[in-house]
Write a protein that binds this ligand. Sequence first.
Ligand SMILES: Cc1cc2nc3c(=O)[nH]c(=O)nc-3n(C[C@H](O)[C@H](O)[C@H](O)COP(=O)(O)OP(=O)(O)OC[C@H]3O[C@@H](n4cnc5c(N)ncnc54)[C@H](O)[C@@H]3O)c2cc1C
Length: 384
Amino acid sequence: MSKWQKSVAVVGGGPAGLFAAEILSRAGVRVTVHDRMATTGRKLLMAGRGGLNLTHSEPLETFLGRYGSAEAFLTPVIQAFPPAALRDWAAGLGQQTFVGSSGRVFPQSLKASPLLRAWLRRLGEQSVEFRLGSEWRGESLDADATLLALGGASYPRLGSDGSWTGILAAKGIVLSPLRPANCGFKVQWSHLFKERFQGQPLKSIALSFTDRIVRGEAMITADGIEGGAVYALSSALRDAIAADGQAIIEIDLCPDRSPDDLAKALARPRGALSQSNFLRKVLRLSPLAINLLRETGQPAEKLKSLPLTLTAPQSIERAISSAGGIQLSELDENFMIKRLPGIFAAGEMLDWEAPTGGYLLQAVFASGAAAARGILRWLDGVTS
Ligand SMILES: Cc1cc2nc3c(=O)[nH]c(=O)nc-3n(C[C@H](O)[C@H](O)[C@H](O)COP(=O)(O)OP(=O)(O)OC[C@H]3O[C@@H](n4cnc5c(N)ncnc54)[C@H](O)[C@@H]3O)c2cc1C
């Protein structure tokens, strides 16, 4: 079936919009991608700076469990475009992928730029047109259907600033507020601690909050703490702070020692060693770890459960992603916004969130694919 007589405006040239544009144009639809920025895929390129974690290799059931309350919505979406399909797609653009030691999947180049270049070339060959530097402000576009793929609100300088929330709310669409996800948190460090340790990593630690324990790293910032282990707990921490005004995490500075082992080490005679030198020599703690104990006013017995009070999430501008967006119940089975016939939505602007690990891009691509299939079905329905 050729749909050349039909046209779709895709607004937002991030991975969700570009992937929908690829599927639609391959099906014979005339596609124009609009983006407010002068080039597309800026956030994808930024993700490439961290190696471009495209997806994850764990079993699909475990994978789907990472989406929390959006799991039921995203399960058929990701089953229709699973991690293996995303890896095949990248390979088709010349970017073979590999599984890292953590199970995360990356392109061998550990970059996004070669992938994006090959992708844009393919879209050009499929006659996709680009209207760049063109900001959508809520107007109807000259097309048979419109796909909104406007992203969330993290890193707004890359193009997605969440300004679409006001436009859609004014049209009666129910949204959850955009909130930082995979973000750092504020801690009131003393001046001395901040001056000496900002920018330094706390390596090989475990963080715990409620019943979750995460091993990894964290970074001290001028006004708080960030990094992989913090991001992994961030949605629960953010929600706890919203409810209670603060959240207390516990830091295990010696996760490889059992509590007994630690107690025995601490009971050893110190001789003339100061407490700091004793901790450095006997427990091999870093100056940062030793000073964190001092900063929090805790005794060495608390090295495996150092409480740290977080007072607020860092701003959404510095978050890896955002939670919130168009509530999933606003969409029909074609990813069309029920109250706005002919207007569809995909990607991070929908109300789901996920941890880092490749879960973000996987759901972004899969939802772009689902919206493209929905648009094709809808165009079929309205033309027949
Ligand atoms: C530093 C960083 C590292 C990341 N690393 C990873 C990673 O390794 N793995 C992973 O899975 N995810 C990662 N992510 C997250 C991932 O990049 C995003 O989830 C993904 O890019 C979202 O895709 P999207 O297409 O929905 O939106 P975006 O990529 O945000 O694209 C939306 C597009 O819409 C355009 N736009 C917005 N508003 C308008 C408007 N009004 N008019 C016209 N155009 C508009 C924007 O300019 C933008 O081009 C990372 C994010 C950041 C910030």
